[in-house]
Write a new protein. Sequence first.
Length: 186
Amino acid sequence: MTDIALIGSRTFLFEKLFRELGASYQFLQAGILGSPFLPQYKMIMIPTGFANPQYSEILPALRRMRSKIADFVKKGGVLTVFGPMVTHHEYEWLPLKLKYFCELGQKNVVQSQHECCCLLCTSTPECDGYLLPGEGFEVVVRDEKNRAVLVAAKFGEGLIVATTVHEFPAARYINWALSKAKPAKI
């Protein structure tokens, strides 16, 4: 079992963060998704820019893997997804409805009591947009215009966390997510 699957392009910044935490990780590019030889993971992380072809080629694979992503979360995995960095995106590859609208800038945020608030390192994060969550999602962090910038949803035994925060997640969040998650296949 590997702790974290990072779906997207390899970045040394994520490697450094995961290594500092002592978390095992694997980078999964589009071509390998769906392989029966992949191990179980506790968390899947999809970084900022996943829907923008200038930054990533992963979106078609996410669409193709919709049912496997849903099964991963149902069985206890934690899915953490950042902003797509396109004008508008509907997360049709997620098992719950969610919409994104791009709007870059620093936000003054208000947090709820949900544990996943620990994703933020500051009360004024840089965000690349806001979210319109569908049924099942709880708004965890709102911007000054009362729009969601971090949402969470229980799905089966797992959790989906989506955010437009345009910063690395806090180490505390990764440790929290790994402690909550159960290993599952994607």
